[in-house]
Design a protein around this ligand. Structure first.
Ligand code: HEC
Ligand code: HEC
Ligand code: HEC
Ligand code: HEC
Ligand code: HEC
Length: 195
């Protein structure tokens, strides 16, 4: 009788401790749950991962490769040479981790050299930092962009100082590229239309 009561208390304590761990951290909770059950989504994994040197894509929440490929096709716009597996246009086969040419030469193999298009180049274009704004492989956004709307410009430009001038104080969330060309222009302000 006495022994049974002790056992009972130990069981209770065990349950309390387990349920504490279960809920306090999602990572630990995932660890515990995935030990016990199959198919618990890992909160620390990105939704999809591209398997290196392959266009096979795997949705981490699914074990079915075929259905997950379809999902990813909807999510990502693939850069044409990436989609067509022309990896060697940009990489040395024996050193896949980095591009085989500096930018913008890498990009200018196939794209127009903006030096020939514009009188003035935007700072990061002049320095060849195409990948500050573009993903070379794929993006969920149009034009392979890394951020949407104003965010792409606000990676480097400061809204506090911009919004105080006449030209910007009323733009609200108008995209910067409504008025500015992101690559270059006739003069330093990169305006799409002459003032
Ligand atoms: C248009 C040029 C281009 C093509 C085509 C291209 N890559 Fe890349 N890749 C890059 C650039 C540029 C980087 C460096 C990215 C950075 O520094 O932000 C890179 C980085 C990588 C990396 C390093 C890790 C990473 O993802 O940043 C791997 C691995 C890679 N590429 C594999 C591939 C494979 C496999 C293919 C073909 C299916 C491919 N690339 C096609 C331009 C390209
Ligand atoms: C091997 C040739 C090749 C190289 C190298 C290349 N591109 Fe492209 N790129 C293409 C083709 C082809 C398209 C599709 C053109 C079209 O649809 O008119 C394209 C399209 C794009 C687009 C538009 C995508 C869209 O969805 O509208 C961007 C942005 C771009 N490339 C950026 C880059 C950058 C940045 C680099 C250098 C890191 C680069 N490209 C290097 C061939 C290339
Ligand atoms: C400051 C950010 C930024 C940098 C740096 C940049 N781009 Fe872009 N790029 C953009 C944006 C934004 C668009 C989409 C333009 C639009 O939708 O009107 C774009 C569009 C493009 C396109 C699609 C066709 C077009 O002209 O609209 C290509 C190709 C391209 N960029 C290539 C490049 C290359 C090559 C470099 C490097 C020499 C580069 N970009 C550097 C922001 C940038
Ligand atoms: C990777 C950093 C970076 C990003 C992203 C960026 N810029 Fe710039 N931008 C610069 C640099 C650097 C200069 C040159 C500043 C200088 O010479 O004082 C510049 C200059 C400019 C200028 C000319 C005015 C001046 O002070 O020289 C305009 C206009 C401009 N950027 C607009 C934009 C727009 C619009 C976007 C988004 C499409 C954008 N920038 C995104 C770095 C960036
Ligand atoms: C409604 C059109 C419009 C929009 C939208 C716009 N700009 Fe401008 N911007 C201008 C004009 C016009 C000038 C030229 C000012 C001059 O000539 O003195 C300018 C000048 C600039 C300059 C250089 C002079 C300065 O004020 O520092 C930068 C940098 C700049 N814009 C960045 C941006 C960024 C970043 C965004 C988005 C958050 C943006 N602009 C959105 C019209 C616009």
């Amino acid at each position: 009788m006495h022994l049974n009561k002790n056992k009972y208390i130990i069981y209770l304590l065990f349950i309390v401790v387990v349920s504490l761990f279960w809920t306090c951290s999602p990572k630990f909770g995932y660890g515990v749950k995935s030990l016990l059950f199959d198919g618990v989504p890992d909160p620390y994994k990105v939704e999809v991962s591209i398997i290196k040197d392959s266009l096979l894509v795997k949705d981490s929440t699914s074990t079915n490769e075929i259905s997950s490929t379809a999902i990813v096709k909807n999510l990502f716009n693939l850069h044409t040479p990436y989609k067509e597996r022309e990896c060697s246009k940009c990489h040395d086969r024996n050193n896949m981790d980095k591009p085989r040419l500096p930018s913008p030469e890498l990009c200018n193999q196939c794209h127009e050299d903006f030096n020939n298009t514009y009188k003035v180049l935007h700072g990061p274009v002049a320095s060849g930092d195409c990948t500050e704004c573009h993903n070379p492989h794929q993006s969920k956004l149009k034009s392979l962009l890394k951020w949407s709307g104003q965010d792409i410009c606000l990676q480097c430009h400061n809204m506090e100082t911009l919004f105080i001038d006449e030209d910007h104080k009323e733009i609200n969330d108008t995209s910067c590229t409504e008025c500015h060309n992101p690559h270059g222009g006739d003069n330093i302000n990169l305006l799409l239309v002459k003032q």
